[in-house]
Design a protein around this ligand. Structure first.
Ligand code: MG
Length: 166
């Protein structure tokens, strides 16, 4: 018998000049990047929170506070790997994830395949288990005014029944 749980994550970061735009672990050519303590990869942050939420382990703000100088400028792929290590210790593995990035710019469709291939080995699943879509907010609100990028993620995790929580 197996036990399955689902988790949801959402994240937003503002655009800032002079920074690379990193989403899903991939550097996307653009005139500006996202502002944040880490590389500000909103997609991976949403994914981390969905995984932690599914495992009942609070959120990345608790595990990786932005007051920690050790994580300044860190690749969010490293944070995701740490989240995976954490949930593996409780016996969980990923069944599938599904994500949406909300951005008026740049066009992300050309980079989706690279993002899925980058995330797969860290999540421990094939690219066929990583849903990844990009949409716009039709010009509405802060995202519509191109002030930043938002991302949502849902994760399904599974483990053998009877595994104790840490
Ligand atoms: Mg974030």
């Amino acid at each position: 018998m197996t036990e399955a749980r689902v988790g949801l994550g959402i994240d937003f970061h503002r655009f800032a000049a002079g920074r690379p735009l990193v989403l899903g672990g991939v550097t996307v050519p653009h005139s500006k990047g996202l502002l944040g303590h880490s590389d500000a990869d909103a997609l991976i942050h949403a994914l981390c929170d969905s995984l932690l939420g599914a495992a009942g382990e609070s959120d990345i703000g608790v595990h990786f506070p932005d007051s920690d100088s050790e994580t300044l400028g860190i690749s969010s792929l490293t944070l995701l790997a740490a989240v995976m290590e954490r949930i593996h210790r409780s016996g969980w593995h990923v069944v599938n994830v599904d994500c949406v990035v909300v951005a008026e710019e740049p066009k992300l469709a050309p980079h989706v395949a690279a993002m899925r291939e980058t995330l797969g080995p860290v999540l421990g699943v094939g690219a066929d288990r990583i849903g990844l879509k990009a949409t716009t907010s039709e010009g509405m609100g802060a995202l519509g005014r191109r002030e930043g990028i938002g991302a949502l993620a849902v994760s399904l995790i599974e483990r053998a029944s009877g595994c104790p929580d840490r």
